[in-house]
Design a protein around this ligand. Structure first.
Ligand SMILES: [Zn+2]
Length: 389
């Protein structure tokens, strides 16, 4: 399992000139295909092909050794129990990090570069990695934590059944009393769950929350939620909570999360495009995105999943420029060319805690050069305001 701390450490790494950092994403096929063999053959072919290319270029021996080690790893994976495998290595710097992840939406890929390839991983961390599921009916409550594919039960309570039938009363008086007593107990039960979730949200134990409950209980439960908990709530699914197994509840919650994220991602894109048209808190195209990033204006980077763009990076001040100029326009020193600007942009995004949204390719994205950013503020705007006041 990979943590945000791991991601930061990987983002800080850059190998000396002439050496190579190798990144390997291995995505097994879904178990129902039962064709791990084929996937593993493709992965091995990919690694072998890269070894040949490196050898042809006379590139560094350590990188080739790293790739041979990855090849041996692939041979021993046998589908990796359905988990994705990530390897980040650079043997000259004694680095070998290996992580298992749930099947996620990146294909098997191999990258040999100065820095590690972090885009798919960084996007995962923007997608609420810590998801909680709160399951409740009128007597039971269960809370599950899902971090990537790992499940943990955080809470499981069964409130005693309200005493019933002790007295049906006379002329309905006691019956009404029993009924009120029962409703009080149910309310208290929901309040206790809401209190538990409130404490957890204040301790930042989850990024997002999905409820599972009967539709009839949902309004009553929702009414008890602390505003901070309500803010993190993505939605609810309906079901008989007492009998639903944890893995099924987790699958339902992940479905709610995916739908919610998809809507959320497109609303961020639309907001960015509107803001950009109004010359406000949105920019599109690599040149403007790089500028906004350097000014510290960016809140969210948005790009198509397989976006890559050529750029240069200053070897001295690290300025990034979409014009392939040999000398840095900021400090005048030599630049070096990047085949893919993401190599330099992702570490900045990770270090600055920028949200990263990857979207499937489409026309709207294509028209704006497949990259955009939603801004927190506009530096020029603030300066003008300051000068005016
Ligand atoms: Zn420079």
């Amino acid at each position: 399992m990979v943590s945000r701390e791991d991601l930061r450490r990987l983002a800080d790494f850059e190998c000396p000139p002439g050496e190579f950092a190798v990144t390997f994403y291995y995505q097994p096929v879904t178990p129902k295909d039962k064709s791990h063999r084929e996937e593993s053959i493709q992965a091995k072919d990919l690694v072998r092909k890269t070894i040949q290319e490196l050898e042809l270029n006379g590139s560094s021996r350590p990188a080739v050794n790293d790739l041979h080690r990855i090849l041996r790893l692939v041979e021993s994976l046998h589908g990796n129990h359905g988990s994705a495998k990530l390897v980040f290595c650079c043997s000259t710097q004694n680095i070998w990090h290996e992580f298992d992840l749930p099947p996620v939406s990146f294909p098997t890929r191999l990258f040999v570069n100065r820095r590690f390839h972090l885009k798919p991983l960084a996007a995962l961390f923007s997608d609420y990695p810590k998801l909680w599921v709160a399951l409740a009916d009128r007597q039971n409550a269960r809370v599950l934590a899902i971090e990537f594919s790992q499940l943990k039960e955080e809470l499981s309570v069964t409130s005693p059944l309200p005493r019933q039938g002790r007295s049906d009363g006379y002329a309905g008086y006691d019956a009404g009393h029993v009924q009120r007593h029962k409703e009080d107990e149910i309310r208290r039960h929901f309040q206790e769950l809401a209190g538990f979730l409130k404490d957890a949200v204040l301790r930042k134990q989850f990024d997002a929350l999905v409820f599972g409950c009967n539709d009839v209980n949902w309004p009553e439960l929702q009414a008890q939620l602390h505003p901070e908990v309500a803010k993190k709530t993505l939605g609810h699914f309906s079901g008989e909570i007492a009998s639903i197994p944890n893995d099924k509840a987790a699958a339902e919650a992940l479905r709610v999360k995916r739908e919610s994220l998809r809507k959320h991602h497109y609303s961020i894109l639309n907001e960015t495009l509107d803001e950009s048209r109004a010359n406000g808190r949105g920019v599109t195209g690599l040149r403007r995105v790089l500028r906004a990033t350097e000014l510290g204006e960016v809140d969210t980077l948005i790009m198509s999943q397989d976006y890559s763009g050529r750029a240069v990076e200053c070897t001295n001040c690290r300025h990034l420029d979409s014009h392939l100029v040999p000398y840095c326009p900021v400090c005048g020193r030599a630049t070096r060319e990047l085949d893919d600007v993401c190599e330099a942009l992702m570490p900045i995004a990770v270090r600055s805690n920028l949200r990263l949204v990857l979207l499937p390719n489409d026309e709207a994205l294509n028209r704006i050069g497949n990259i955009a950013a939603l801004l927190r503020f506009r530096a020029d705007r603030n300066t003008n305001q300051l000068l005016a006041s």
